[in-house]
Design a protein around this ligand. Structure first.
Ligand code: SF4
Length: 262
């Protein structure tokens, strides 16, 4: 810890406290685990600014974290941020009687809280939880620091033609080489703007690690929450990806069909 930062009034050690946006129980709506029941922990803050982000309220820190009182009720209570390790474990324990497939760490970018995670994940694992990491795949050093406690990695790749958030290919490649030692799949949120050269490059990166890593092509939802998909364009994306990879799936966000709070 920075000894000078620790003297700033109000400073909270990021290894002991985290800024969390919300904690709730719901159904996973994306990727190859679509449909499983998860306990979602949405961390605040992100190191990217994707133009299509549907969690922009998690970019900044909020005074309170909303916590679902009982799974499925969508009734919430407020917890003051930042949240300490003990308080976090206590909140997770409240869901003890409700079985969940995994605890989904999401955001924002959960790995921005890697110091905190390095302290809480061993306790969650000791309590029998399985950990599912949803990440933008750009912080490989942070992943390495919590790697032992992660069971499943859902890694986004961000082609700049779609994200408008700059080029992060180098970070993606380094990240995937680490993540591939766990159960991992890659997801690309795609619009019709997706540059085919970028798609091929993403596939090359994945194939260089393993051509068996599943790639999910997820059509982007528009601000009206409706899916506007040019099917022939997406079939072309899939055709191109299948030239390099063995398992390429076209899966839209299913929670937008189910409704709810995700
Ligand atoms: S990485 Fe995820 S949370 Fe961050 S800006 Fe992009 S879509 Fe939003």
């Amino acid at each position: 810890m920075d000894m000078f930062a620790s003297r700033v009034p109000g400073f909270k050690d990021p290894a002991q406290y985290a800024q969390i946006n919300e904690i709730f129980s719901s159904v996973q709506g994306e990727g190859i685990y679509c449909g499983v029941r998860q306990l979602f922990v949405r961390f605040s803050q992100c190191n990217l600014t994707c133009c299509y982000c549907d969690a922009k309220d998690a970019w900044s820190i909020s005074k309170t974290c909303r916590v679902e009182k009982k799974p499925g009720t969508m009734a919430f209570q407020e917890e003051i941020n930042p949240i300490s390790i003990d308080r976090f474990i206590g909140i997770i324990d409240r869901f003890h009687d409700y079985p969940h497939h995994t605890i989904a760490l999401t955001g924002g970018e959960p790995l921005m809280h890697a110091q905190f995670l390095a302290n809480v994940l061993p306790q969650l694992k000791a309590a029998g939880h399985y950990i599912y990491l949803e990440t933008n795949g750009t912080l490989p050093g942070h992943l390495a620091s919590v790697f032992d406690f992660i069971d499943i990695v859902s890694m986004d790749m961000k082609p700049p033609s779609v994200s408008r958030a700059g080029d992060v290919w180098t970070e993606h490649e380094e990240f995937l080489r680490i993540a591939a030692q766990k159960r991992v799949f890659v997801k690309i949120v795609a619009s019709e703007d997706l540059d085919l050269t970028e798609l091929k490059y993403a596939c090359q990166i994945i194939a260089s690690v393993s051509p068996r890593i599943p790639l999910i092509l997820q059509p982007m939802n528009h601000p009206d929450a409706k899916l506007h998909i040019n099917t022939s364009r997406f079939i072309t994306f899939q055709d191109i990806a299948l030239r390099t990879l063995q398992d390429v799936r076209l899966i839209p966000q299913c929670h937008k069909v189910l409704g709810g709070i995700l």
